[in-house]
Design a protein around this ligand. Structure first.
Ligand SMILES: NC(=O)c1ccc[n+]([C@@H]2O[C@H](COP(=O)([O-])OP(=O)(O)OC[C@H]3O[C@@H](n4cnc5c(N)ncnc54)[C@H](OP(=O)(O)O)[C@@H]3O)[C@@H](O)[C@H]2O)c1
Length: 243
């Protein structure tokens, strides 16, 4: 095994995912840019390579079984293993998301991408991760998925708007993360959830107050954890987020 480290970042063509790819690349990692749209993917890869990152494109729609299987085959053929999987791709589903009036189709769509998509990609990549000396999985969650913060006394300052699709999808993702941690205990795979903070991206019409680079930092830290590092946690810049 060489010192070369291979990462796959889903939804890496823009926003926080792009910055995660850029930061891992700056650390010397080889980075697979997982993205479903060919021009957007190729544009991101070209921009990363121009910045000196050893980036390559991975066609990947997290909601599509065949796309995800093909992505795993591409990595298998090219590298034979994966050292870090960053499940970053996500959607809000649009609005309005008031629980009493929501269009149920929005909930299904958001769960399909933000939760089932993560399970689909993770399971496809696990055989490759198991061949890494130090495998890591990072699930890009959000503090809006924290039930503690949604229901606590300071909820006005620590959570987003009422959103019965997006917020619970991240709570669901957190719960899924814990189940992986339980099943894969003892394998050396470190699995954690991350919140990037409120970041200016397409996801929120660029209303966020942090830069994508700031938002990428926690995920990059978790993707590059040393052996013996934490697993089964939910982290932001300031430390641990309560479930
Ligand atoms: N921005 C924030 O304040 C914030 C806060 C907390 C958590 N997060 C989380 O951070 C992650 C990244 O969000 P962002 O703010 O960077 O949003 P963004 O700029 O909208 O980027 C989202 C990325 O996910 C991709 N994506 C969506 N559906 C996909 C699918 N089915 N298959 C593959 N890729 C798909 C998008 O690809 P396309 O370009 O093809 O649509 C895009 O690359 C998300 O999981 C989000 O929930 C963001």
């Amino acid at each position: 095994m060489t010192d070369e480290k291979i990462a796959l970042v889903t939804g890496a063509n823009k926003g926080i995912g792009y910055e995660i790819a850029a930061q891992l690349g700056a650390l010397g990692w080889t980075v697979g840019v997982g993205a479903r749209d060919t021009p957007r993917r190729e544009g991101a890869v070209a921009q990363l390579r121009e910045a000196g990152v050893d980036a390559f494109g991975v066609p990947l729609d997290v909601t599509d079984d065949q796309s995800v299987s093909a992505a795993a085959r591409l990595l298998e053929e090219r590298y034979g293993r994966l050292d870090a999987l960053v499940n970053n791709a996500g959607i809000t589903g649009g609005g309005p998301q008031q629980p009493t009036t929501v269009d149920l189709a929005i909930i299904r769509t958001v769960v399909e991408t933000n939760v089932i998509g993560v399970i689909r990609v993770t399971n496809a990549m696990l055989p490759l991760l198991r061949r890494s000396a130090s495998p890591r999985i990072v699930n890009m969650s959000s503090s809006v998925g924290s039930l503690t913060r949604q229901s606590g006394p300071d909820r006005e300052t620590t959570t987003g708007p009422v959103a019965v699709a997006y917020s619970p999808s991240k709570t669901f993702l957190n719960a899924v993360t814990i189940q992986y941690v339980r099943e894969l205990a003892g394998t050396g795979i470190l699995i954690n959830a991350a919140c990037p903070g409120y970041v200016a991206t397409d996801l929120n019409g660029f209303r966020g107050v942090r830069t994508p680079a700031q938002g990428a930092a926690t995920a990059v830290r978790l993707a590059t954890l040393p052996d013996g590092g934490p697993t089964g946690g939910f982290f932001e810049d300031d430390g641990v987020i309560p479930w």
